[in-house]
Structure formats: structure tokens, C-alpha cells
Design a binder for this molecule. Sequence first.
Ligand code: KG4
Ligand code: ZN
Length: 403
Amino acid sequence: MLRVVKNFARATAIIMPDVTILGIESSCDETGAAVVRSGQQILSNVVASQIATHQPYGGVVPELASREHLRALVPVVRQALAEAGQTYASVDAIAVTQGPGLAGALLVGISFAKALAFALDKPLIAVNHLEGHIHAVLLEQRQSEDAELHFPVLALVVSGGHTHLYLAELRENLWTYRNIGHTRDDAAGEAFDKVAKLLALGYPGGPIIDRLAPHGDPLAVKFQMAQIKRRDRRDHKQGEHKQDLAQGDGPHFDFSYSGIKTAVLRYVETENMKPAIEARRQALAGIDKPALEDVLGLCDRQTLNLVASFQRTMVNDLVTKTLTAAREYDVQTLFVSGGVAANRELRAAFERQAGMQGLPVFFPLRALSTDNAAMIAAAAFPKFLRREFVAMDFSAEAGLALR
Ligand code: KG4
Ligand code: ZN
């Protein structure tokens, strides 16, 4: 089971165990299956999106998500195996998302993965969805010129359900994580989705706002972001954080995104934008799968300015708080992952500002920013090497923490 992997960037050859893992992801509204070789090479990555199902509700409906996973999972897994040139018998292990996520949705993937592992007599690996998002970055970072990774890594996982900062270390080939910040209310992706719903722009809101924002003036509307005091567990002097890190102590950097949603609503009311929003809602309801041009054609300048200003405020807040945490903890590398990491303005701002700080920043491929199973199969590879397999009685954990 050994394979020589050429690392062209450094012109060296690394001996890698040749392990093929089938990954399954069903934590929210995407049914994913993928085959990844040795945690690095994506042989296939199939995602069945439920956007059309949840669109009329402007958000994910948990019961509908479970039903759609049930419907999609078997064909998605079959397609992933076929595209990878693999069979149920040829893969070395089955990996599945254990949590966090919607309990019912997680259970669909877990039950299927258990049945497969049992019937095929293959090892079963449980993966934390958030670790999956971090490994999506690793899939990309390994392609970089200087593929050597410097620790500690600060990882911002920013999605529809999370806005979390993790300090990551590598100890004896084991990734360990410590949460040093999270949102106190809405996740950043949730704010994008709720603002898009409020303005009748479509669903999911993040990708639409991303593409509408360049058409507006990002300085037109001023939003005040909550300045959350960082929380210190104890007073500490400059330069003590390296020690803090080892001790699991140190400051916390929290986020809050429910206020900006209310501020957008207040702006809409005071500027009397509701009739135009209602007209747009009705016009879009009459278009099957509206394209960006359709939405753009239904937005006036004031709406586009509002959208651009909202996105600029979100981006500035995420970047500023993350880079402050990076400085405080003297990290060597920054990872930004999760659905919102697909945002173009966010990527550009991180690249510019982390670059000024001399901090290397890595993102997943844009297609791997949002939920997928390749990241789950990739995150399972180190666990396979450590033989970290789960018993058949393991279950979904909707609130699973990352450590
Ligand atoms: O990681 P993900 O696929 O699912 C969760 O684990 O939540 O993230 C989905 C979230 C949604 O809120 C979606 O609106 C947001 O990521 N998103 C974006 C973009 N693409 C997806 N937000 C901003 N800009 C984008 N381009
Ligand atoms: Zn996710």
C-alpha cells in the first residue's frame, strides 16, 4: 500500500501510504460523496445541492433536508465511485461527517456509512465537519510552492452555521485545535442569507450578494459594527501568548452579526424601500432559476449600494478581528475556510492585509469552500493512519465541538 508522491515544488519524493477513502457528507443541505487518495488527490467529488428545495423558504428546512439526503445519497455515492474508477470493494475505508450539523440530516449519512462499512467489512471513520473545512484548505495549500506548513495555524471557519477561530497545532502527526473565538449570535453566512432574504435577492444569499456587490458603492451606507471586548481569562503582558497557547489560556475574539441584519432592516424602513423589495420578490417568483442579470435588472442604485456596503462591513469585521487574533497569538499561517470563504472581496481583503502583515494565507479552491465530501475524506486520512476507527454504535452529534 505504498506509493511515491512527487512533490514537484520541492523536488523531493515522499513515501505515502496509498489509501483510498470514500467520504460522505450530509450535515446540512448538500449531499456529498467523494473519493480521495492519501488525503491529497481528489479522484471524484460529487455534490447534490438542495438549493431548489429550500429556495421558497429562504433558508434550510431541516425536515426537507433529511428527506432530500435520503433521496440523493445512493446515486451520489454511486456516481462518486464510478467517476473515481473505484468500487465499493476497492476503497480502503468509509468516512462520514459526525457533526456539527442538523441531527436528522447527519443521521442519514451516518446510517448509510455504517451499513456500507458493516456490509463491506471496512473501517469506519467519523469526521468533524469543521475539521473537514480546515482540511479543504490543506488540499489546496499542498499545491503551493512552499508546501511546508508553519505552525501554529490560525483557522477562520466562516459558514452558514459557524464563525469560529481555531488555533491549530500539529503534535505527533495529530492536528489539535483550540477555539479562541466564535460568534455570539448569527454566523456570518447566516447574515448574508438573512439580508438577501430581507431584500428579496434570492437564496442562498452569500453567492448572490458576492456578485451584486461590485455593482454598488461600498462606502454609501455606514454601519456600526459591535466592538466586542476581547475576553481575557487572566491579565497578561505582551509576549506571554506562546506560553498561553501551551497552557490553553489566552484571550478570546468574538464576533456578532445579528446587529447588522437589524441595521439593514432599519435602513430599509427609514428609506421606504419596502414597495420596491416587494415588487422584486414578485418579479423573481415568476422567473424559473433567475440569473444574476435578472436580479441585477431588478435592483436600483440604492439597493446595490446597500448590498455593497453590507458586504464591505462584513469583510472588514472578519478580516480585522482575525488579523488581530493572528497578531496576538503570533501565528505563522492563516487558513480561511467555510462557505463564506468563497467570497471574492473577503479573499482579496485577506490576501492584501495578511500580506501586509507578512502572514501567509490559504483558502480552499472556491468549489471546496462550501460543503463537500472531499474535505471529509481528506480529513479522515490522518485518522486512518492512526487507526482511529469508530464502532458501529457511534451516533450523530449536532453540537460536536472541535478539539
Ligand atoms: O460551509 P457551507 O456550505 O455550509 C455550512 O456549513 O454552513 O456554507 C454555506 C454558507 C451560506 O450561508 C452561504 O450564503 C455562504 O456560505 N456563502 C457565501 C458565498 N458562498 C456561500 N457567502 C458569501 N460569499 C459567497 N461567495
Ligand atoms: Zn460547512
